[in-house]
Design a protein around this ligand. Sequence first.
Ligand code: SAH
Length: 254
Amino acid sequence: MSGKLSIVGLGPGDDRYLTREALDALAEAEALYGYGPYLDRIPPRAGQSRHASDNREEAERARAALGHAASGANVAIASGGDPGVFAMAASVCEEIASGPDSWRVLDVAIVPGITAMLAVAARAGAPLGHDFCALSLSDNLKPWELIERRLDAVAGAGFVIALYNPISRARPWQLGKAFARLARHLPGTTPVIFGRAVGRSDESLRVTTLSDAGETAADMATLIIVGSRETRIIAREGRAPLVYTPRIVEEVIA
Ligand code: SAH
């Protein structure tokens, strides 16, 4: 008996961000796994079991869902944003790589969702209009020295940088250090965008500069986009500014 495991991206916010493919995958599943608040966003369906777990228990959740699917069930894991971006899809692959053979023969489907970086960028204008990269600032799964080396490399090379997992109670100082590191490569006037809970009712957006970024509040629900030397702000009377990175780079200034 071979089961199915879908890893489904819910997008960054409410159900307006759910794709039809994601809705179908969630509706056809017999069992749903995921972080409790994510499961709460999915309309209940009779006969479907729900297995909520803590946000930090990703490996355990992946193993439980794989085991359940290997028993022949159609199982879905709900993941915020896109499941392939700092999230459950990689966790499931890690467990399949080291797990029993019965997990390798499963039908595995990864259903994409809108990742936080794209949702925040859309609110601010077009900051990702030219070359960009994404980094997680969490040093839970990699050493801090490596994060600093990557910040140096990408800021020095002129990428716009999306910062996921900027800060948490257990990681209070990393964000300030990251801004200081970026300031070695970028002028203090570089635009910085803070997008919080984008797509939800309590969403907020702040546009500031690298020299003031350290004073701007951020939490686990915030995604930060640090511009490049080309990124600009269009001030507008009575409207929020538009932040954009032009598609044409005429000279090497990074
Ligand atoms: N898979 C998710 C990212 C998981 S990492 C995705 O594709 O979006 C968790 C980090 O994502 C958070 O610390 C925050 O930086 C960012 N994030 C997730 N949802 C967000 C939202 N609605 N608004 C702003 N940032 C968000």
